[in-house]
Ligand binder design. Structure first.
Ligand code: FAD
Length: 68
């Protein structure tokens, strides 16, 4: 496979997961011990925890506490 910046070269077959939301992260975790190289791509470099949006909207939490 030709080299792609940021993705280690390997002989393993690659699975690319688009979207690092709840589904994408769960998928990546479930494939952790698989024989494939797992690449998770997201348009943002952070994950938002939606269930706590309400607390941010009502000033109970800072936005930075629900973004990782
Ligand atoms: C305010 C709010 C409160 C919620 N509360 C709860 C709750 O209490 N309990 C519960 O079970 N569910 C709750 N949900 C629902 C839950 O958040 C969603 O069901 C869940 O996030 C869906 O997961 P997903 O992986 O499909 O999408 P998301 O988690 O939205 O992930 C999608 C990912 O894809 C990325 N993406 C989008 N377009 C592109 C692109 N073109 N290229 C690359 N990456 C891309 C996004 O950046 C994002 O990271 C809530 C939702 C909201 C909005």
């Amino acid at each position: 496979m030709s080299e792609i910046p940021g993705i280690p070269n390997t002989d393993k077959k690659r699975i690319v997961i688009i979207g690092g939301g709840f589904a994408g992260i769960q998928m990546a975790k479930s494939l952790r011990k698989s024989p494939y190289q797992i690449v998770l791509i997201d348009k943002n470099n952070y994950h938002q925890f939606h269930p706590l949006f309400y607390q941010v909207a009502t000033s109970g939490l800072e936005p930075s506490t629900i973004v990782g």
